[in-house]
Design a protein around this ligand. Structure first.
Ligand SMILES: Nc1nc2c(c(=O)[nH]1)N[C@H]1C(S)=C(S)[C@@H](COP(=O)(O)OP(=O)(O)OC[C@H]3O[C@@H](n4cnc5c(N)ncnc54)[C@H](O)[C@@H]3O)O[C@H]1N2
Ligand code: MOO
Length: 401
């Protein structure tokens, strides 16, 4: 059987490098910058006052001196005259400092006069000046490629007058479930039928990872119908990757395997549980080369497969980190399937002494979706481990971070 890491590498090799798109600055939160962006202007763009007060020549502004107020400079004034020798001007925070002024006297250090102002405390030259370019100079690197855009980066980009920023385009993934037993929720079930749950689950997981996803209407176990549905969607364009669920194990009607094994997809058994039957490869669909990742149909297998194989690849392609991992001690003893890396559903609980311990939720069966829905972590139990005593440290993949 193929080791987990080997199949993860095969899947990672299929995920295409992201394109660069320009998005409006206001919509860039959480996106990864595709490249360095130089500052198109200096910030501040002009030397301005850090305080409400008076712009003066320090030589004129001796303590106790009364100076005529020549004019006012509110923030936003664009036609500021030079400051006459021996005069002051009222100036507000953010307003341009007039030529000739070399000091700001905050209003609290004056009598606050309008026609004339008495200086109570002599200013230090240059104090309360916000010099042009003191935040960043025009041409310096303002935004760094590879960084994730946070609120302050949005603000900085807007302050620089940028309207758009170049970010990595997330891959667009089409998700297609297969199975003649599947019925859309909202339709009554007949005996032997179940509701289709993998496609909305996988599409949500893809979106949560930061990529975009669409659900292609599921098909019955019919290779021709499967290929026709795919060809129709691929010919419309915009799909970077296809993810399928179901039809990959050893039964008589394995639609995905039947349709794709001769078209470039490798179907393998991976030494893991859940998620043993896997496939990946590139398929020519109507002349378009389309990467495929095929997950098993059991719902827990499908989502765990996504977490183990595709999520890390999508995140890496987008320049984003994968799920954090940590170690916690087992609350109870655990048995693990021999020779398979097992991903058990877990829940962390805080002990009275402030440490955390992890409990296993439900059994290992790949149909226990309820337990997966309540889990906050996956236990990553190595293939060679068959039994773990209570208190053993075990590695966890944290699902909510
Ligand atoms: N003889 C063998 N049988 C099976 C093997 C094997 O090696 N030899 N492997 C088992 C393992 S492990 C898994 S996992 C499954 C994988 O089966 P498939 O990928 O072929 O998936 P299906 O047979 O189509 O479905 C399995 C299971 O999941 C349910 N299902 C499928 N799709 C959906 C969906 N979209 N929404 C909800 N539930 C879904 C389906 O009804 C089945 O119960 O094979 C084992 N068998
Ligand atoms: O490996 Mo399958 O995914 O257990 O049920």
């Amino acid at each position: 059987m193929r080791p987990v890491d080997e199949h993860r590498a095969a899947v990672a090799a299929l995920v295409p490098a992201p394109r660069t798109v320009d998005v409006p600055v206001a919509d860039a939160l959480g996106r990864v910058l595709a490249r360095d962006v130089p500052a198109p202007l200096s910030l501040p763009p002009f030397t301005n006052s850090a305080m409400d007060g008076y712009a003066v020549r320090a030589a004129d502004a001796v303590a106790g001196e009364v100076l005529p107020v020549a004019f006012d400079v509110p923030a936003g004034r664009t036609d500021v005259p030079a400051l006459p020798v021996g005069a002051a001007c009222r100036i507000m925070t953010g307003a341009p400092v007039p030529d000739g002024a070399d000091a700001i006297v905050p209003v609290e250090r004056t009598d606050g006069g309008i026609e004339r102002v008495r200086i109570d405390e002599a200013p230090e030259p240059g104090r309360f000046f916000r010099a042009a370019g003191s935040d960043i100079g025009a041409g310096d690197v303002a935004l760094r490629g590879g960084e994730t855009v946070g609120p302050a980066v949005v603000g900085f980009a807007a302050a620089l007058g940028l309207t758009t920023v170049p970010v990595l385009a997330p891959p667009h993934v089409a998700v297609l479930s297969t199975g003649s037993e599947l019925v859309e929720p909202g339709t009554p079930l007949r005996p032997g039928q179940i509701y289709e749950s993998n496609a909305p689950m996988l599409a949500s997981a893809i979106r949560e990872a930061g990529a975009t996803a669409e659900v292609v209407r599921f098909v019955a176990d019919d290779a021709d119908a499967f290929l026709a549905r795919l060809a129709e969607r691929i010919s419309a364009g915009g799909v970077d990757l296809v993810v399928t669920s179901g039809g990959v194990s050893a039964g008589a009607f394995e639609v995905v395997k039947d349709a794709l094994a001769s078209r470039g997809v490798d179907f393998v058994k991976v030494a893991m549980q859940p998620g043993m039957p896997q496939g990946c490869g590139t398929v020519d669909l109507g002349g378009v080369q389309v990467p495929f990742v095929t997950f098993p149909g059991n719902p827990v297998s499908a989502l765990v497969s996504f977490e183990v194989f595709l999520r890390p690849a999508l995140r890496a392609a987008m320049g984003l980190p994968d799920r954090p991992r940590r170690v916690a001690r087992l609350a109870e003893p655990v048995d693990s399937i021999p020779a398979k890396r097992q991903y058990l559903r877990g829940l962390l609980t805080r002990n009275a002494d402030g440490t955390d311990s992890v409990s296993v939720l439900g059994g290992p069966g790949s149909h226990y979706l309820r337990w997966l829905s309540q889990a906050d972590c996956l236990l990553d139990v190595p293939a060679e481990v068959e039994h773990l005593a209570a208190g053993t440290p075990v590695e966890l993949i944290l699902l909510n971070d």
